[in-house]
Design a protein around this ligand. Structure first.
Ligand code: NDP
Ligand code: 2IT
Length: 449
């Protein structure tokens, strides 16, 4: 039998040949293959059923033209996508990303991660992802609305509350979900839970906006518990300043931690006294209403602003990457550890490069990969679907309690499948194996799907 390394190389060379140029997708698949191959060798039913070969092939990929008009009447053309990756345990579920960097490879990586993440949540959701290379920055509300209407005009043929249920991601928040939902409702003449992240007055769930950031902090708290530690008094570095970062900071403040940074693609702010509830209220207004840059925080509060850099060289006990993929590299990982960082909980999807992950694992710090640590967002999306089906809303306390229970469950699954002989929990292996089993068993039970 070929060595595991040879098997991985052989498997990856086929994936790369079949999906050329999709570097983020290759990266996500390789990490999973490295976690799974040994497990699959030990469980030959998965090998015989060729589950690994099957799950890297999306069930369906939809790509479409999105024409729209600027306020000046100029025609614009963007590209829209929906990757329907795996529906073995439920309808496709996953966000939409609107960002100029969006391409097929990025959305396939996100859809692939989503399959494992959704399986970990314990809820019946398959995996998907979509979006467009449309850039909402600098566009008026009317332009965003026209873009969303055009995007949904095509997407509406492919989705539905029992088929595929999109939500938000980078560049898609409450405003965009509103325009998308309105257009779906007009075209299909049905008021259904076809999207999650809706506003509370028309079918949304309490705690959905908070869920990803809160969940990443709950997950960090669970990881720290395994070493008899907690977040109280800990200095925390957070990247990003969008939905996930904002609510990670809010929950860190609730837990008595001291968040000291926020960032955007232009640079980061370092508030050494800690971001308070009052300053966070300013960030909510700055980012969600005025849609300004994080630098304005530094101007307002007289703190440091570091242009063009990420915050990983700031001394901290715990780090929360909440911006985007590959935002934290090997050098950053080494600096974090040299500065005493003991926990990394990923609010973003695949924010750490493979080399950075290797450093975290070699140094045996508490490292929670995105597909486990940021699963709170899609979990509350699942709870929004439940409430929509029942046509009954739950209270904030009810949803938050369920979210916490799910994050504790995900942590236990990671521990169950990722604990090594010396007691170290390899959360990467734990999440990949724990997420895989349910998908693989469902695929086997459903025949050759
Ligand atoms: P938002 O659009 O609300 O915020 C994104 C933040 O990340 C902004 O501060 C943005 O800065 C920054 N950012 C985006 N792209 C880049 C880049 N290429 N380089 C540097 N900074 C960048 O998105 P979310 O907060 O929703 O998403 C953040 C991350 O969390 C993503 O990885 C997403 O996939 C993941 N995630 C989101 C979930 C959700 O429920 N929303 C659920 C699970 C994961 P700028 O404004 O300058 O672009
Ligand atoms: O990456 C993610 O999990 C999300 N963007 C949220 C997906 C969802 O369906 O709520």
């Amino acid at each position: 039998m070929a060595s595991l390394e040879m098997q991985i190389n052989d498997f990856m060379s086929k994936v790369i040949a079949k999906n050329p140029g999709e570097s983020e997708f290759h990266q996500a698949v390789k990490e999973v293959a490295e976690s799974l191959l040994e497990f699959i060798e030990a469980n030959p039913k998965y090998k015989h059923a060729k589950i690994l070969e099957r799950i890297v092939e999306p069930e369906r990929v939809i790509m479409f033209r999105v024409p729209w008009l600027t306020d000046d009447g100029e025609i614009q053309v963007n590209r829209g996508y929906r990757i329907e990756m795996n529906s073995s345990i439920g309808p496709y579920k996953g966000g939409l990303r609107f960002h100029p960097t969006v391409n097929l490879g990025i959305l396939k990586f996100l859809a692939f991660e989503q399959v494992f993440k959704n399986s970990l949540t314990t809820l019946p959701m398959g995996g998907g992802k979509g979006g467009s290379d449309f850039d909402p920055k600098g566009k008026t509300d009317n332009e965003v609305m026209r873009f969303c209407q055009s995007f949904m005009t095509e997407l509406s043929r492919h989705i539905g509350p029992d088929t595929d249920v999109p939500a938000g991601d980078i560049g898609v928040g409450g405003r965009e979900i509103g325009y998308l939902f309105g257009q779906y409702k007009r075209i299909r003449n049905e008021f259904t839970g076809v999207l999650t992240g809706k506003a509370i007055e028309w079918g949304g769930s309490l705690i959905r906006p908070e869920a990803t950031g809160y969940g990443a902090v709950y997950f960090a708290q669970e990881m720290l518990k395994t070493r008899n530690l907690d977040l109280k008094g800990k200095t925390c570095v957070v990247s990003g300043s969008g939905n996930v970062a904002q609510y990670a900071v809010e929950k860190l403040i609730h837990f008595g931690a001291k968040p000291v940074t926020l960032s955007d693609s232009s640079g980061y702010i370092y508030d050494k006294d800690g971001i308070t509830t009052e300053k966070l209220a300013y960030v909510f207004e700055l980012k969600n209403i005025r849609r300004g840059r994080i630098k304005e925080y530094a101007d307002k509060y007289g703190v440091e602003y570091i242009e063009g850099k990420t915050p990983w060289n700031v001394k901290c006990d715990a780090a929360f990457p909440c911006a985007t993929q590959n935002e934290l590299n090997e050098e950053d990982a080494k600096v974090l550890i040299a500065n005493g960082c003991i926990a990394v909980s990923e609010g973003a999807n695949m924010p750490s490069t493979p080399e950075a992950v290797e450093v975290f694992i070699a140094k045996k710090i508490l490292y929670g990969p995105g597909k486990a640590a940021n699963a709170g967002g899609v979990s509350v999306s699942g709870l929004e679907m439940t409430q929509n089906s029942m046509r009954l809303p739950w209270s904030r306390e009810e949803v938050d309690a369920r979210l916490q229970e799910i994050m504790v469950n995900i942590h236990s699954t990671c521990e169950k499948y990722g604990k090594e002989k010396d007691g170290f929990i390899n959360y990467v292996n734990g999440a990949n194996i724990g997420g895989f089993i349910k998908i693989a068993d469902a695929m086997i039970a459903q025949g050759l799907v």
